[in-house]
Structures are given as C-alpha cells and as structure tokens.
Design a protein around this ligand. Sequence first.
Ligand SMILES: C[S@@+](CC[C@H](N)C(=O)[O-])C[C@H]1O[C@@H](n2cnc3c(N)ncnc32)[C@H](O)[C@@H]1O
Length: 207
Amino acid sequence: MNNRWNTIIYKFWSPIYDNLFNSGKFLEARKKIFQGEKFGENQHILFVGVGTGADLELINYKDLNITAIDYSYEMLEKAKAKCQSSSIQFFKMDAQDMNFKDNQFDVVIASLVLSVVPDADKCMKEMVRILKPDGKIIIFDKFSPKGKKLSLMKKIIRPFINFLGTDIGVNFETLYESNKENLTVKQNESIMFKGMYREIVISKNSI
Ligand SMILES: C[S@@+](CC[C@H](N)C(=O)[O-])C[C@H]1O[C@@H](n2cnc3c(N)ncnc32)[C@H](O)[C@@H]1O
C-alpha cells in the first residue's frame, strides 16, 4: 500500500464503506468497544484515519473535544457530513507524519488504520509521540495471529487484499516490540472473527 493508492481506493470505497464496515459484525464490534468507554469533556481525543466517522456515531461527540484526521478527502467529507453540528476539527493529514505537537492528546483512537497506512510502525510511533503520558491508545484492527506465521492461504490472498486497501499481514507483536519502551498493553483481546480482529488498549507510561 502507498498513500497514492489509498487516496484512489478510499475514494472508491467512500460511498459504500458504511454498508460494509459500519454494519453487521463490524458495528457490533464497534459498539462493544465504545459502550464501555467514558470520555471526559476535558480530554482531547484524536481519531486517526477517521474514515466516514463510524466510531464517532457511537460516542457523545457533541460534548467532547475531538480532532480527526484522514488522508482521503472523500472519506473525511462523509465524516464531516455526519457530524455537522459539532466542534470536531477535521484535517486531511498523513497519520505517519502528523502535524501535532508531542504529548498533545489524552486519547488516540485508531480503528482499522494500522492495517491500512503504508508504514504501520511510523504511524504507531506518531501516535505514541502525540499522546500525553498516561494517555491511552484504543486500537480496533486486524492483525496476523499471535506467535504464528500467516497461513499459506492468507499469503496467497494478501496481495489482492492489499489492492483493496488493507493488509491482513500486519503483526501487532512486532509493532509493539519496536515501540514498547514507553508503553503498557492494558488489553489485547479478540473482538471479531476468532481473533483476526482485536481490541487493543495501550497506555503511555508517565515520565
Ligand atoms: C479501513 S478505513 C478505517 C476508517 C475508520 N477508522 C473506521 O474505523 O471505519 C482506513 C482509513 O485510513 C485512511 N488512511 C489511509 N492512509 C492514511 C494515512 N497515511 N494517513 C491517514 N489516514 C489514512 C483511509 O483514507 C481510510 O479512511
């Protein structure tokens, strides 16, 4: 994947995205993640790769201090349309090189984005950089199985899935290993499709 292709493919996905990834099992998983989350009015929350704003619909976004970024103009426009009467700040920005200061956000939400950005490690490093100490990152995404290699079938279909704008081969454990210095994993659980999709909550250690 690269940003140029992501721009093209997510322009294509934008009109139908919610029908596929904001309904059925995906919507159930999102609801499970956000029903237990209570965000405070004094917290600054960042949605990385906000897409059409599927997660925003599940929280009391009108009362919160939210910034949301995405690289696709069309996906961002869908999210903006959903949250018209809100103070959410939307920016077209690369999640691998964010135009934010260090330690700026209390919460970072990254749903289905580490598997999409060209370089998940760069994106992870940026999320950690802009997160305040004691802040948390909530990840909902698909990762390759813990401690196992990708099956032959997945290796074969991986390039086709990449073409559609996402990667089934990102390994969370490898990502964590190269970023773990300042981090603690609070939760790492299967949320859908027998562990293919996980809910992961990470906190940034205080200095
Ligand atoms: C699978 S969608 C997930 C959208 C949303 N977070 C959700 O849960 O439905 C991936 C999103 O990442 C965005 N994206 C891809 N590359 C990006 C990048 N380099 N920086 C920021 N966003 C990016 C895409 O435009 C798309 O909206």
